[in-house]
Design a binder for this molecule. Structure first.
Ligand code: AMP
Ligand code: ZN
Length: 116
């Protein structure tokens, strides 16, 4: 399922160019165009899900795949030992700008907490 006017669906379809770092049947990952850390990668389901509010039990495995894909990419990028952060923003207060769920993988520097 995809949404014609969704930016991330267009990246998956190849209509818009992305710096792809991982792809399989269900998951797609690419470098963020405006990186907030030395490594900033977005891990997304190929299935269009607008926000985490729209996920349900049928997405349990897919959501798990996002996290485990982040783990694989973090190892590949040399982040595993020092650590990294996984973030999924939801709606206005969460700071979500693109309405196709995406897991941010951030690493390569010490990240402060709490977030702004
Ligand atoms: P969020 O604020 O959680 O919705 O995050 C959206 C992210 O998508 C931001 O970090 C943007 O920099 C990133 N982004 C927007 N357009 C693109 C693009 N064409 N390619 C890669 N990353 C993008
Ligand atoms: Zn989409």
């Amino acid at each position: 399922m995809s949404s014609e006017d969704c930016l991330f669906c267009q990246l998956i379809n190849g209509d818009i160019k992305a710096d792809v770092v991982y792809v399989d049947d269900d998951v797609f990952a690419f470098r963020d165009i405006n990186p907030q850390a030395p490594v900033h990668i977005l891990i997304i389901p190929k299935q269009h899900i607008a926000t985490i509010n729209d996920a349900d039990d049928s997405h349990t495995s897919l959501l798990g795949r996002l996290v485990l894909t982040a783990q694989v990419i973090a190892k590949r990028e040399g982040l595993a030992e020092n650590g990294y952060r996984l973030v999924m923003n939801c709606n206005q207060d969460g700071g979500q700008a693109v309405f196709h769920i995406h897991l941010h993988l951030l690493g390569g520097r010490a990240l402060s907490w709490p977030p702004g």
